[in-house]
Design a binder for this molecule. Structure first.
Ligand SMILES: [Fe+2]
Length: 136
């Protein structure tokens, strides 16, 4: 599949967060490429661990930023983040436990769509809140 490309429509108008979203997309593309190239389980495991670590770091940054800016729906947003992390953990565990499990594009698509819809729906909510707040 063609790599996922960041476009302006994904911008939350906060530069460091946009940059982190771009890196997340790169991490997902790297994982997809490795799957397509039939890379070893060891490499896939490393890429998923990297994606999980980066997602964790990004979510922490985002949550701290939202708390600092008094975003009212922070709790709801944190729950959504947790759901995504759980999904990555589930995938990681599956890879670790099932000996013959190597490639699951359905799962990758699921993860991709989930992240994309998170940015487009949930992150856009705080983006709008912060842009409106700044304009006041
Ligand atoms: Fe978020």
């Amino acid at each position: 599949m063609a790599p996922w490309i960041w476009t302006d429509s994904l911008s939350v108008k906060i530069e460091p967060i946009d940059n982190q979203h771009k890196k997340l997309i790169i991490a997902i593309n790297a994982l997809e490429q490795a799957m397509e190239d039939n890379e070893s389980k060891g490499i896939l495991t490393k890429l998923i661990a990297a994606l999980k670590a980066y997602t964790d770091k990004h979510f922490s940054y985002e949550e701290e930023f939202l708390i600092k800016n008094s975003y009212p729906d922070i709790k709801e947003h944190q729950i959504k983040h947790r759901e995504i992390i759980d999904q990555v953990l589930y995938y990681e565990k599956k890879l670790e436990q099932e000996e013959n499990y190597l490639i699951d594009f359905e799962m990758l698509d699921f993860l991709k769509n989930w992240l994309l819809s998170h940015i487009m729906v949930e992150d856009m909510k705080y983006s709008k809140f912060l842009v409106d707040k700044d304009l006041q």
